[in-house]
Design a protein around this ligand. Structure first.
Ligand code: GLP
Length: 265
């Protein structure tokens, strides 16, 4: 795992924007920008908002384009219709899609406004494969180490499926709902296997409330009790965090040295 420690959440967003733009060849002037589509995995939550604002800013400045991007979001709540302001459909529309030039037909979010949720999850997994797999997956992380909605105990090779949310996740996300009763109990989420199939991963975390889970993810044993720890097996996973989220890492000095040495190559 590559660990990039930034001075502030703003710098996390900037580094994530630079990395993703280069990896996906989004720059309008870039010779790597071809007519070929790239597949981008997207996340919700407050953490990726800074990255999305960077993308929007650079798109408005004419620097980058999402014309050749196909996107797949990690997850969606069950029982929250797409037009509901609490849905991840609505979140993505408001915070990213309506501000950039991605084609609406190219955006995908798990469908939960249907009768057969398991079939919808299965169809989503197939759609990702048919699109050629995910090139770059953006991830946030829950305070108990979930990625997407892969809660503790998730199979380390799971596919997209319906998952029950833990009470900690429901409490963490209650701030977006009028009352705890309204927080959904289930979601469709890409699985850990789906995420691990992505060719590159960018996990973002900021704030001291993420410090324990970042330590467990990066330095703890690989275990389904900390689902994000599976990323230790990924050959191209980058963790971009601020100093607060990095504050419990035992080997912080070593990660900083690795970055300095990489930059000198
Ligand atoms: C939700 C999402 C996750 C996200 C997590 C953390 O549970 N399903 O994808 O990583 O929230 O959210 P935040 O970035 O707001 O801390």
């Amino acid at each position: 795992m590559r660990i990039v420690v930034c001075e502030s959440p703003d710098q996390v967003a900037m580094v994530a924007a630079d990395e993703s733009i280069e990896y996906l060849g989004l720059a309008c002037s870039s010779s790597s920008q071809s007519q070929e589509t790239s597949v981008l995995g997207l996340a919700t939550g407050s953490t990726p908002l800074g990255l999305y604002q960077q993308w929007i800013k650079r798109h408005r400045a004419g620097e980058i384009s999402f014309r050749n991007i196909v996107s797949f979001n990690l997850d969606e709540y069950c029982g929250v219709p797409p037009e509901d302001p609490q849905s991840y459909h609505y979140f993505m529309q408001e915070n990213l899609f309506k501000h950039i030039d991605i084609l609406p037909l190219n955006t995908h979010i798990p469908k939960t406004d249907c009768q057969d949720l398991p079939a919808s999850a299965e169809a989503y997994e197939i759609a990702i494969a048919q699109a050629g797999g995910i090139d770059l997956q953006i991830l946030g992380i829950g305070t108990e180490g979930h990625i997407g909605f892969n809660e503790l105990g998730s199979s380390l090779s799971s596919a997209t499926r319906v998952k029950t949310l833990t009470s900690k996740t429901r409490q963490d996300n209650a701030r977006f709902f009028a009352s705890m009763d309204q927080v959904p109990k289930m979601a469709i989420t890409m699985g850990l296997g789906t995420i691990m199939n992505a060719r590159a991963i960018l996990l973002l975390a900021t704030g001291v409330h993420k410090a324990d889970t970042i330590r467990d993810t990066v330095e703890g044993p690989v275990t389904a009790m900390v689902p994000a720890s599976i990323l230790q097996f990924h050959p191209n996973a980058t963790v971009v965090i601020d100093q607060a989220a990095a504050s419990k890492l035992a080997h912080l000095d070593y990660y900083l040295e690795c970055e300095r040495n990489q930059q000198s190559l």
